[in-house]
Design a protein around this ligand. Structure first.
Ligand code: AMP
Length: 361
């Protein structure tokens, strides 16, 4: 097994598991730093394959292929969090894996994630473990109001979630998940949503970006705006929440903490994403060092970059057929297209970031 006591030097190779738009933007940032990337994806037509020197299409549980991939890399990271735990452990026998298996195991599962957050003394929505329809009814009774039933694993963009307003609905929703373990969360009547994207270096160094305010449509991120409506003390609190989480996970790399901002100003942790995050895309144009460069720096054991923001920014996702307007979009901001051949309903095809002069330093 290779250990990583020294930084990966320019010319070294960073392995990236997952070849979507996040892997693509990571590879582009690595190239700027003189690092090579090797991308592993389970299908051949991956957006990130277009921008990397080395790639392989193979299943995520093919241990032989994963081992050969790991042996060709100096460090390995991920663009998504759902790699099977045994595959991560296997990779880690061959190469330093950042973030590590423990951080991924905790954040892959909503129950372990929320329990971890609660133990740190941070606020979350009330939540209950649900493994049967009977337990779903019981949990709804304890909630004393509306809730959201969520599968513990593999949920994204609202998939594996159901709003419930009675014990009967909670039981039916559980049955529709076909036995998948779930949690029932109390419905939070938040004023708005925000997130903090932060990085922790291999040496324990920490850097956080200004938290954007995030708007969703049909469970998909529509827009991230910085500065947000958060006050200066709330911004500091959000960054401290991220620091506490990063330290407790002994995390290396970029991660995001999604927050609900309550009407009374309280910040509740909704979710931790152990990777670069859609609500941090604006950092490419608006910050000295983007979230993608920051992640590559951390994974390679380099010093973290400066997260300072030099402009106000609004990032909007380009979803499905919206991409057909690429010519007019290209006139209005910094356009990023992900190189996806087909625009399906709800599919993220690109994003656009529009900058304005800095209003809040
Ligand atoms: P998640 O997959 O947990 O990030 O949830 C996706 C979106 O559903 C969030 O960004 C919120 O808009 C909404 N949501 C999730 N959990 C809750 C909750 N407990 N109360 C209110 N809205 C929620």
């Amino acid at each position: 097994m290779k250990t990583l006591h020294k930084p990966v030097p320019p010319g070294g190779t960073i392995g990236i598991i997952g070849g979507g738009q996040l892997g693509r933007m990571l590879a582009l940032a690595a190239a700027r730093l003189g690092l090579k990337t090797y991308i592993y994806n389970d299908a051949p037509d991956a957006p990130a394959f277009q921008v990397t020197g080395q790639s392989i299409a193979a299943p995520y549980d093919d241990l032989e292929k994963l081992a050969a991939f790991a042996d060709a890399c100096d460090a390995v990271t991920f663009e998504f969090e759902n790699l099977p735990a045994h595959a991560i452990a296997h990779l880690a026998e061959h190469v330093p894996v950042r973030p590590g298996a423990q951080a991924l195991a905790i954040t892959q599962d909503r129950l372990s994630e929320k329990t971890f957050v609660e133990k740190l003394g941070l606020k979350t929505a009330p939540f209950f473990d649900v493994t049967s329809a009977g337990q779903a009814c019981e949990a709804f009774g304890k909630l004393g109001g509306r809730g959201i039933l969520k599968t513990r694993r593999f949920g994204y963009d609202g998939k594996g979630q159901a709003k419930v307003s009675s014990a009967d609905e909670a039981a039916k929703a559980f049955e529709s998940f076909k036995g998948a373990p779930a949690i029932l969360e109390g419905f939070v009547d938040f004023a708005y949503e925000a997130s903090v994207v932060a990085a922790r270096g291999a040496d324990g160094g920490f850097a956080a970006y200004d938290p954007p305010e995030n708007d969703h449509e049909n469970h998909i991120l529509r827009r991230s705006t910085v500065p947000s409506r958060l006050s200066a003390p709330q911004v500091e609190e959000a960054k401290m929440i991220a620091r506490q989480i990063g330290d407790a996970l002994d995390y290396v790399g970029v991660f995001a903490v999604e927050l609900f901002v309550a009407a009374d100003g309280a910040l509740l942790v909704n979710e931790i994403a152990p990777r670069v995050h859609n609500t941090g895309h604006w950092t490419i144009e608006a910050c000295a060092c983007s979230q993608f460069e920051q992640h590559i720096r951390a994974v390679a054991g380099w010093p973290l970059g400066d997260p300072v923001r030099h402009a106000d920014a609004v990032m909007e996702n380009i979803i499905g057929a919206e991409v057909e307007a690429w010519q007019s979009l290209a006139r209005t901001g910094a356009l990023h297209l992900y190189g996806k051949a087909e625009s399906r309903l709800g599919r993220k095809m690109g994003h656009i970031t529009r900058l304005k002069p800095l209003t809040k330093p």
